[in-house]
Design a protein around this ligand. Structure first.
Ligand code: DC
Length: 228
């Protein structure tokens, strides 16, 4: 069967990572989390003291950064200039910084080029905010995953709790609103639903149900492609 490019976009906490990882496992595809790349650039900016408003410096920094994503059982490891930052990129501070870094068109240009290289051969499930709209506008299957802000905040808060991050639920909901606003209002590649994306609302669905649905859509698409 043809190896597809599957794009999964949606707001923070909609369940993209869980879905993308599971679909990749079920299809035998490579999973690519593009948010991790923006987070890695943010970590480097924070560490090197570059202002998160300095567009030119951030663009230069992104251009001088090597990000490697290595598949591992059930996910991916993230390397920033050779250092494993898989855990370091998952703090609330880095999440906020990443959404600021992601506003800079020059940074996006650098990372989008990397993402296109990584997915060009197909057989990938790539998740982010602009995969179906900008990175792979011709992706074989585009999913736009949503859920209510309250459910998204609760999911994110549980993740933080498991890791021992000191952040409460109301603050997590505020952060979700802040990041939604920044992701949707930026002028360069805002979070939008591609016209031909399938919208899936995961508010009342179990993760496995969503994954099975997407795999069904993918297999239908691959079979249709094979006969044309
Ligand atoms: O999915 P995430 O929370 O790890 O993403 C971190 C930030 O990066 C998020 O605020 C939006 C941004 N991002 C983006 O602008 N485009 C992508 N393709 C992926 C993430």
């Amino acid at each position: 069967m043809r190896k597809l490019i599957i794009a999964i976009d949606g707001p923070v906490g909609s369940g993209k990572s869980t879905l993308a990882r599971r679909v990749a496992a079920l299809m035998g595809y490579v999973y690519i989390d593009t948010g991790a790349m923006y987070r890695a650039v943010a970590v480097k900016a924070l560490r090197s003291g570059v202002s998160l408003d300095a567009a030119d410096e951030l663009t230069a920094l992104a251009g001088n950064t090597r990000i490697d994503l290595q598949a591992q059982e059930g996910g991916q490891r993230v390397f920033l200039d050779g250092e494993d930052v898989t855990t370091a990129i998952r703090t609330p501070e880095v999440a906020q910084a990443a959404s600021k870094v992601a506003v800079v068109p020059g940074v996006r240009q650098v990372l989008v080029a990397e993402q296109r290289r990584a997915g060009a051969q197909g057989g990938v499930v790539m998740e982010g905010r602009d995969i179906g709209s900008v990175v792979f506008p011709d992706a074989d299957l585009k999913i736009f995953l949503t859920a209510s802000p309250e459910i998204r905040a609760e999911r994110r808060w549980r993740e933080h709790q498991q890791k021992g991050d000191a952040i409460d639920l109301p603050r997590t909901l505020e952060e979700i609103h802040e990041r939604d606003r920044r992701d949707q209002e930026r002028t360069s590649s805002p979070l939008v639903r591609a016209r031909d994306a399938v919208v899936v609302d995961s508010t009342a669905m179990e993760p496995e149900e969503v994954a099975r649905l997407v795999v069904l859509l993918a297999k239908t698409q691959a079979a249709a492609g094979a006969t044309t």
